[in-house]
Design a protein around this ligand. Sequence first.
Ligand code: TXA
Ligand code: MG
Length: 347
Amino acid sequence: MKTKIIKISAPFARGRVNHRRWQTKIKQVTKILQKGGIVAFPTETVYGLGASVWNKAAIKKIFRAKRRPPNNPLIVHISQFAQLKQLVTKLPPAAKRLVRHYWPGPLTIVCRATQRVPQEVTAGLPSVAVRMPRHQIALALIDAVGPIAAPSANISGRPSPTTVTHVHQDLTGKIDALIDAGSTKIGLESTVVDFTSHVPTLLRPGAITLEQLRKILGRVVIFDHRARTSQAPKSPGMKYKHYAPRARVVLVGGNQKKISATINHLIKTYQQKGKVGVICWRYHYKADYVYEAKNLTALAANLFNKFRSFDSYGVKYIIMEGMPERHLGLAIMNRAKKAATHRVQLK
Ligand code: TXA
Ligand code: MG
């Protein structure tokens, strides 16, 4: 399959681009989706690989292109609140309050699905995950074709794509089209909250933080993906290996006073075996490659990108400076732990 690459300016540049040309390009993509094609498109979190939620054949193509296990359900993306009715039987009042606050934005809610939502999308679960992305290209496409089911546009298990190059690396030749719209802003996938249980449950931390959720919802529990219960896994995607670069990732966390001495020691040790890359935000380091984030927002935005670029430089070991698991730190550490082959927890 030949993948069409369609360049559409990032939304912030829209004032400066020819609006009619912008619309023509959106129409071009719309037609591909209406004919049952699958298209990689930008959102504010990461690139998604989308198809019309009602087109079962197209949904199956997404699973094949990503090599995604069939029991891992997709998120349905909407552009208007009215579209919720087609997807969920009832919106619990707590969920309503939350989405009023954070949609469009990096928040996904899980609610009971209507009969109409195909099993291919929900992977047979009685629930469906829905989100309204904060990105003008995504919203324009959904306005035109209706709800779009989309996982992240990467091969399963690889870091999620935050640039068009990442999508290109994983999916060229396997999808109908790819929208080139620059880097995504947030860089980590959306926060997922389950409203089908008694107490709202955080299934995946993201840029909408646990602290922000609790401000609106009161009690929120964190789902423990390691706990073995008789129930089916709550967020099936979270049990798979994820976000992994080819390099070995060593995550150093815990006592912040000891962290820099430990990392300096590890750099020396690992450099005897191969190139070392460091991802840090608090202290300075010297290694073969160093990414020093100026704050945690920047670290989140660049994490997956650095995983992939360090791989392309032939880095063998990535040492990452951990952080307290609060605010955005919870989401970053969640991805870092999944990517890590080795963890050092300092007391
Ligand atoms: O930011 C994002 O959410 C991006 C962009 C493209 O919107 N999408 C994304 O999709 O990260 P994906 O498929 O990579 O992750 C979806 C997560 C998986 O962990 C999946 O198991 C979970 O949401 N999920 C989907 N439907 C669910 C359901 N009915 N119940 C529980 N978890 C569900
Ligand atoms: Mg994914």
